[in-house]
Design a protein around this ligand. Sequence first.
Ligand code: CA
Length: 228
Amino acid sequence: MRILLVEDDELLADGLARALRQSGYTVDIAADGPRADSLLAAGGYDLTILDLGLPGLDGSQVLTRLRGRRQKTPVLVMSARMAIEERVRLLDLGADDYLVKPVALAELEARVRALIRRQLGAETNFLTLGSLRLDREGKRAWLGDEALDLTAREWAAIEYLASRVNRIVAKEQFMQALYSWDDEITPNAIEKFISRLRSKLEPAGITIRTVRGLGYFLEKPEGHDHDD
Ligand code: CA
């Protein structure tokens, strides 16, 4: 999952980004309104965390432009100044949720999970596919009763594909979801990464297919419907 964090307070931005990355999200930071606007226009974000007081364009202008382009990326507004009329105005402009600063990290992460769930149409933090079970809150995965030993990025990749089961994820989109601009990443490295994932999942009948020229998808397991 790729998040754009728009925050001009460098210390706060770095702290939040570090915490979100530890939870397996890919995070890009924009420190002013125009930068946020152009990154959002380019697309590829699963969620935006948007501060209101920003240089260049303020947060509500960035939000207005985003929705003016009919982009549906969920937006979590974050601000210290938040009178009721302001909250109402922001929700009416197309914000999905808001948090009043100073933000509690646990609450921020819970709201991020809730918005991503809503976007994916999932009701809970748990996702089961055949013998694969994911806990989006605990960032853990199991195959049957056995906990999978995964890196943060592997976890993020499995969650990304499992949340879009049987849907092809373009290689470009997959790379965007998992790597930030600072990461040096080649198509070859992605192939290696995918094959490592396969070796962890295939023994349990979970298959990641490659569609040549298009991308990847996680195949819905057949005949593995556990009702527990
Ligand atoms: Ca600010």
